[in-house]
Design a protein around this ligand. Sequence first.
Ligand code: ZN
Ligand code: ZN
Length: 355
Amino acid sequence: MNQLAKLRALLNEELPAILLTGAPNRQYATDARIDEGMCLILPDACIFLTDSRYTEAAERAMAGTGRVECVDRGHTYSQRINAALEARGIDAVGVEEEQLTHGEFDRLTKKLNARLIPCQARADGLRAVKEPWEQARLRRAQERTDAVFSEMLGIIRPGMTEKELEAELIYRLYRAGAEGLSFPPIVVSGPNTSMPHGVAGQRVLQEGDFVTMDFGLILEGYCSDMTRTVALGYATDQMRLVYDTVLRAQKAGIAATRAGKTGAQIDAAARDVIDRAGFGAYFGHSYGHSLGIEVHESPNCAPSCAQPIPAGAVCSAEPGIYLPGKFGVRIEDVVIFRDDGCENITGSPKELLIL
Ligand code: ZN
Ligand code: ZN
């Protein structure tokens, strides 16, 4: 079933139409990556509303999926939406409540001749299972990301700053074909590696440092995401112990991953390894998150996630240990859930690399 058909299958008497205002679900419905617009899903039509800056690109992207209507001063979004709803006798429309500001919600409420029905979770929920063609895009995005990591291994050296390393990384991601970055990369070194989402600064890399890089690119509209921690010059026994514990935890999580397991069970498989090694207090975040059109989607592999994860879900596997003031280690791969296990689409080496 194509994505538009899946969205249409959500329509019923209570939810006779859906208005997608957020870029991720607009892309999901149409595969059009257009910065501004709204997409109206109707039982018999899909209308992409945008202004003249984007109409040509939208028409190309929408070929065969639906039609594009241009909005301007004489034909506003609300006028066009009202016309489409009234022509079909529809008096209610689903909206993405998480994608609307309070002001936007108020304006839509006033201007549309239809009741607004929050339906974000239903629309987002469709994206949990990735179709084979989506999985292929995610694999291609990760392949390019792995290639960039391999290039970076030849670049990281004592004497350069975190900022310089960050710039080298971003340059290479774009040179590898990135349409954008999945998120601003995390590049931290030495004691800064104990901050899971630290920001690159002017610190100079030195021998005996861990360097953590967490990064991803967008290719064909889909995000990659990976983390590797490498050592410069040498690693102390404590660094090796922590690295080995994180790697064993990640492998235990991946070994426990298959469709039907809950996010909590998978998180626990990895967390147990870290707990038993005595570092439980230093693994504060969740084991993994889904990713696709956005780098953070649902379902998650976290202690609070009691829902079984379906085959075709694509999640990160990223345990970490962070010792404040000392150092931290995180290793992140991305896996696709299968009925009999999972497919790891991250190809970069995971044994401790000392550069
Ligand atoms: Zn990441
Ligand atoms: Zn991640």
